[in-house]
Ligand binder design. Structure first.
Ligand code: NDP
Length: 320
């Protein structure tokens, strides 16, 4: 077998493994949660960002189908209200509120409304995201918007929500929809500067400042046109870095939250939904939005959620 054949064979086997896991997951999804696993009720409040379509809409649908009160948020009022109406007409407890995660005023108004109406949040799903990269094209045309939405916007939303996360015995949960493209040690797509990679990997010394400085450096290089020789990930560069940043921030916060006393715990994790057929991918990929939502639901509802600061895909932990 020559090198090309070996590679094709490896790809085939990886495809088979993924297909097998998809089948396992569809079986797992058909098993209902038993009464003693259910720590939640209709009083449990979940917030989903960017929920008017795609994976976010499915996360809203599936959480609400479990009997949770879900706030579907969207930056556009009319489309968000329409999406919420579809679920409300299906008998689900879904409310709508406007929320643009890059807009301070929108975040503040949203948080004040949640506090007034519900008293707090039990589950926050950071799903809102943006990318201009479709297929193998590598565009950094919208790098600022991509980093600003996927990293800074998500970070801003989490920070605003922390004071609202409701103390409880089972702990509040934050789940972020991230991507394998943001892995530090992805085989083909990684930061080539070993020192920087090691620093970003070193969870004990990882800081928000380092993550911000990495994003600033990349965006400066985009502006002055030197980013191609900057040693950044080669595929979906801006998007990959934005997800790498939010993954790293997940670890920073998990460490911070770990010192909270019992009863006030917040568990924070991120996951990759796979290549999902949504507008973002130009409807390419094998995974349906329903399947792509699965790990978010699983992580949000884990009965014993002592897991925090980890990265998942298809209900399994993967490396950052
Ligand atoms: P979509 O493009 O269908 O959905 C993206 C959602 O994010 C839309 O509702 C969009 O709102 C919303 N959004 C964008 N910017 C903001 C903002 N500033 N404030 C609030 N909402 C915003 O894509 P997906 O459903 O595929 O993406 C959902 C998440 O999953 C993203 O974080 C994405 O990065 C991630 N993901 C997706 C993968 C895939 O294969 N599809 C793979 C890995 C991760 P609007 O309708 O107004 O534009």
């Amino acid at each position: 077998m020559d090198q090309t054949e070996k590679q094709l064979d490896k790809k085939e086997r990886a495809k088979e493994r993924r297909e097998k896991r998809r089948q396992e997951i569809s079986l797992l999804r058909s098993i209902p949660y038993s009464g003693n696993q259910k720590w939640w009720s209709a009083e449990t409040v979940a917030v989903v960002t960017g929920a008017n379509r795609g994976i976010g809409f499915q996360i809203t649908h599936q959480l609400a189908s479990q009997g949770i009160t879900v706030i579907l948020t969207s930056r556009e009022v009319a489309v968000g209200e329409e999406s919420a109406k579809v679920l409300q007409e299906g008998g689900l407890d879904v409310a709508f509120h406007q929320l643009d995660i890059v807009d301070d005023e929108s975040i503040n108004l949203f948080c004040a409304w949640v506090k007034e109406k519900y008293g707090g949040i039990d589950i926050l799903i950071n799903n809102a995201g943006y990318s201009l990269n479709i297929g193998s094209e590598n565009s950094v045309e919208a790098a600022e918007k991509v980093i600003n939405t996927n990293y800074y916007g998500t970070k801003k939303m989490i920070k605003a929500a922390i004071p609202l996360m409701r103390p409880s015995a089972q702990g509040a949960r934050i789940v972020t929809v991230s991507s394998r493209l943001g892995r530090l040690n992805g085989k083909r797509n990684r930061i080539y500067d070993d020192d920087l990679r090691k620093q970003l990997e070193d969870v004990d010394n990882l800081s928000e400042e380092l993550i911000d400085a990495t994003m600033t450096k990349f965006l400066e290089q985009v502006k002055d046109g030197t980013w191609t020789s900057g040693g950044w990930p080669q595929s979906n560069t801006d998007y990959s870095l934005s997800k790498l940043a939010i993954n790293a921030f997940t670890r920073v916060l998990a460490k911070e939250f770990s010192s909270r006393p019992e009863g006030e715990k917040i568990f924070i994790n991120c996951y990759c939904p796979g290549m999902v057929k949504t507008a973002m991918t130009g409807w390419a990929g094998q995974v349906t939005p329903e399947e792509g939502a699965d790990t978010a639901i699983w992580l949000s509802l884990l009965p014993d959620q002592a897991i925090s600061g980890k990265f998942f895909a298809e209900r399994r932990e993967i490396h950052f």
